[in-house]
Each structure stands twice: as C-alpha cells, then as structure tokens.
Design a protein around this ligand. Sequence first.
Ligand code: PRT
Ligand code: ZN
Length: 299
Amino acid sequence: MAAKTRLRLAIQKSGRLSDDSLELLKRSGLRIRKRRDRFIAHCDALPIDVLFVRDDDIPGLVMDDVVDLGIVGRNVLREAALGRKSAAGSGAFRELENLDFGNCRVSIAVPDDTSYDGPHSLASKRIATSYPRLLESYLSGKGVTFQTCDLNGAVEIAPRAGLADAICDIVSTGVTLEANGLREVETIFESTAVLVRTARHLSDEQEDLVRKLLTRFRGVISARESKYIMLHAPKSRLDEIVAILPGAEDPTILSLSSSPDKVAVHVVSRENLFWETMEELQKLGATSILVLPIEKMLA
Ligand code: PRT
Ligand code: ZN
C-alpha cells in the first residue's frame, strides 16, 4: 500500500475556537475552500484536509486515529483523556503547541452567601459540572469526596435551581458567575487552545508536513506577540533610548543623511510598546515613533 501523504486536521465547526482556528490556518498559508454545508474542506497549497466538527469530538478523533491533528481546548482534551484512562482505552495523543487563544480556566464556584474555607468545605456537597473527571481528579488529590451532577449546559444556574450546592465550569472574565450570584473559589485547571496530534507513527511525508505546519503556526504566534518599532533618536541619547525599548537586544541603527546628529532605530520587539514607554522615549528626544504589527516571522 502506498504511504499516506495527506494530513487530516480537525477544528471546531462553530463556537469560541472556530474563528481563531481558521484565522491561524489562513495566516499559516492554508487557503481553505470551505463550502457552507460541508464537513470536510481541502487546502489549496498543502495536502491537508480540514474537518469541521464539535469540539468535544476532537480528542476522540485524534485518539482513535481518525484524524492526525486537532485544534481543541486543553480542558476538553484533558477531560477526554481522563475518560479514556478510566475506560482503559488507548488514549494516545501528543500535545504539540499552545496556540495562545481560547484562554480560560476551569474553576469551582459557590453561591455568594455560602461560606468557603478551602476544598474540605466541599465534602459531600453536590457539584454541577461538565468536567466531572477533571473535578474528580482535582478533589480526590485534596482528599475530598463529593457528589456530582453532570450537566452539559447551563451549569451556572444549577445552584439557584436547587440542583447543586456548587459548580465547576469554565470561567473567562467572571461576568457569568457574577450574574448568577456565584463566587470563584478554586481554579482547578488553566486552559488554552492547543494543537494535538496522534501518537501513531506517520509517514515521512506526513511527518514533514506536521513539522512545516508547526513552524508556520509558531511563526504566526510569535509575530502576533511582536511589534516592529521604528524611531529617530538623537545620537547623544541613543544608549538611554535603546535601554528602555522592550526586547531591543539587537537594534538596527541607520544614519539619517538629512540630520547628522540623529539616527534611525529599528527593532523587532517581543512585546507591545505601551504609551507610557512611548512618552518616555519622546522625553529622551525620540521622534517619528512608529509601532507596526508583524504579519509573519521565520527565524
Ligand atoms: O458546539 P461545540 O460543542 O463545538 O461548542 P461548545 O459550546 O461545547 O464550546 P464553546 O464554543 O463554548 O467553547 C469552546 C472552547 O472555548 C472551550 O472548551 C474552552 O476551551 C474555550 N473557552 C474560552 C470558553 C470560554 N473561553 C468561555 N468563556 N468556553 C466557554 N466559555 C463560557 C463558559 O462556559 C461560561 O458559560 O463562557 C461563560 C463564561 O465566560 P465569562 O467571560 O462570563 O467568565
Ligand atoms: Zn462542545
């Protein structure tokens, strides 16, 4: 049989990770011809097929070798992996990269008017959650036994509805908890979207493609965090100016033919340049300060 050359990548069809996942693929040069009603799409430039599925299905598709790669929240991945372990399934996958979007945490929250004095306060309490295994793994580590109430949505209304004493759910800004009269008391898991791959051996062509994709993803992610900074600096204050530029270990200094006492400074910074620093630079005599986004980076 001929070695497989194409890669299959699963991403969320519609939800909080969909736009960022598609944007990452696009910025990585994977032009996808997606038809509205289609479950699978092909990339123009690389031999990659993209499957659009529910996020909860992605860990299983990777672990069962139906797809080679997936983009999914670590919270969903970990919950599924714990499920496979308890069911003695294969559960084989490798996390390749933190993709720097979909940031959230899985937390325990109790009603505002309930006292809380550490995890033992939850002993024998009923906790509503969509993450029963993550919760069990966290609380059993603290020696606390509890009762579960597994819900797949509207977890935050469970205490008010009299279904549970506490909840364990995803929190991002905390607004949902507040709106439901709940207060966050324990963070049990920190999550972001991750690129995950099957642990199975792939063909040489597929391994090359995974490496290429990963390099491009990393290039997009580091570009997103970085800025290209340009400014004009008086030669007399150059050292002071370079010293306050974030991540400016290796600036490019260019002479300016129209102003012999000034130079142009160009820097790729790993961080954003805040207004406060720009104002300080100005006080040191810097002019024409420009901060530009970087689209792609390849070291
Ligand atoms: O339909 P499908 O099954 O594919 O999607 P879904 O509805 O199960 O998941 P979706 O799209 O809501 O979330 C997908 C992933 O996004 C999650 O598994 C997390 O990894 C990540 N993520 C990041 C979040 C949030 N932030 C988030 N804030 N997922 C959900 N929320 C919800 C949370 O459940 C709660 O209801 O937002 C609310 C809390 O937000 P705050 O800002 O009020 O705290
Ligand atoms: Zn889901």
